[in-house]
Design a protein around this ligand. Structure first.
Ligand SMILES: [Zn+2]
Length: 309
C-alpha cells in the first residue's frame, strides 16, 4: 500500500489570496476522499523534522530567520514568498513527512509514498527562502536517505519551474542525482543544459529545459530518453519525485501545455525507472500546481499510477 502523508495542520500556513493557498490541499484531499482513494492507502502519523535534520541541508541562520519572522507575526521574505505565524512549524512538518517517508520506504514498510504537503520546497536554497518555498523538503528527504545509508539517490523534478534550490544543495555531491524537466526561459532563470554539477558532483545534475509551445509528444519523448539515460548513470537506490503539477495547460502561473493524463504517464515512466534500479522505491512530494480543481485531478492520477506496477 502507498503511504499517504496528509494532515490538516498543513492548511495553517496562511497566505490569504496568494496562489499558493490552503485551498490547493483542501481540493486534493476532498477529491481523494470522495473517490475513496485515501482509504486505499496507509496514512502514517509523523513528526516535524528536527532542527538537526533541517540543518543537514539548511544554514542555521536561515532556519533561525524563518522561525523569528514567524514568531514576530510573519511577513514577506521576498516579493511573493510569505511567512505566516505558523509557517515555520508547518514547513518543518512538511519536511518531516518526506524524511519519515524515506525512512519507511528504505526500511521496506512500503515501496511508495506520497507526501501531500505545502508550501512547496524546491526553490528553497541552503540559506534563503524564495519562490513560495521556505524549507526544501525534497532535499531534506534526499539527505535523510543518504544519512541512513543510501549511496545513490535520484530526485526527479517535473514541476514546471526549475528546482534551483535542490540543484544547488547537491550540486557538488555525486550521491544525489538531480533531474529536472521545466519550462525555459522562465522563473527562476536557472536550469540550462550546461548546468551539470561541479567537483565530485560533475555529471550528477541533468536539466531538460523546454520552451513554451513544446508539444506533449516532444515533451514525453525527451523526458523518457533523458531520464532513462540519466538513471542508468546514477543507478539510484531510491527515487524522490518533486511532483509539481503547474505544467498543466490550465495552470494560472505555470503551464507547459500538459494534460492530466500526462502526469499519469510521467508517474508510470518514473515507476519503471524505480523498478529497474531501486526495487520500486519512490517517495513523491507535492511541489507546485495552482489551479486547485486541476491540481486535485492531477494528484489523483499520480496516486493511482504510484499504486500500479
Ligand atoms: Zn512550480
Amino acid at each position: 500500500m502507498v503511504l499517504l502523508y496528509s494532515d490538516p495542520r498543513l492548511l495553517l500556513h496562511e497566505t490569504g489570496d496568494h496562489p499558493e493557498c490552503a485551498q490547493r490541499l483542501r481540493q486534493v484531499t476532498q477529491l481523494l476522499k470522495s473517490t475513496g482513494a485515501d482509504v486505499t492507502c496507509t496514512q502514517p502519523a509523523w513528526k516535524a523534522a528536527s532542527v538537526e535534520q533541517l540543518q543537514r541541508v539548511h544554514r542555521p541562520g536561515h532556519l533561525a530567520g524563518l522561525e523569528n519572522l514567524a514568531a514576530r507575526g510573519g511577513g514577506l521574505v521576498d516579493r511573493d514568498t510569505i511567512v505566516a505565524p505558523r509557517s515555520f512549524e508547518i514547513a518543518a512538518l512538511a519536511a518531516g513527512a518526506v524524511s519519515d517517508a524515506v525512512e519507511r520506504v528504505m526500511a521496506g514498510d512500503s515501496h511508495r509514498a506520497l507526501c501531500l504537503v505545502r508550501p512547496p520546497g524546491h526553490h528553497a536554497l541552503a540559506d534563503r527562502a524564495m519562490g513560495f518555498c521556505l524549507i526544501n523538503h525534497a532535499a531534506v528527504g534526499a539527505q535523510a536517505a543518504i544519512d541512513i545509508g543510501a549511496c545513490r539517490v535520484l530526485v526527479v523534478d517535473w514541476d514546471v519551474h526549475h528546482g534551483n534550490g535542490t540543484q544547488a544543495i547537491f550540486y557538488d555531491d555525486s550521491r544525489v542525482g538531480y533531474f529536472s524537466v521545466h519550462r525555459w526561459p522562465f522563473y527562476p532563470g536557472t536550469g540550462t543544459v550546461e548546468e551539470t554539477g561541479a567537483g565530485e558532483g560533475l555529471g550528477a545534475t541533468r536539466n531538460l529545459p523546454l520552451e513554451f509551445g513544446t508539444t506533449r509528444a516532444v515533451y514525453r519523448d525527451n523526458f523518457v530518453r533523458e531520464l532513462e539515460d540519466f538513471a542508468a548513470r546514477i543507478r539510484p537506490e531510491i527515487v524522490l519525485v518533486s511532483a509539481g503539477f503547474d505544467g498543466h495547460r490550465a495552470d494560472p502561473i505555470g503551464s507547459l501545455g500538459l494534460e492530466v493524463e500526462d502526469f499519469q504517464w510521467l508517474t508510470a515512466t518514473t515507476v519503471q525507472v524505480a523498478n529497474a534500479y531501486a526495487e520500486g522505491r519512490i517517495v513523491s512530494t507535492l511541489e507546485g500546481g495552482y489551479n486547485p480543481p486541476v491540481l486535485a485531478e492531477c494528484v489523483a492520477v499520480h496516486l493511482a499510477a504510484l499504486q500500479g506496477d
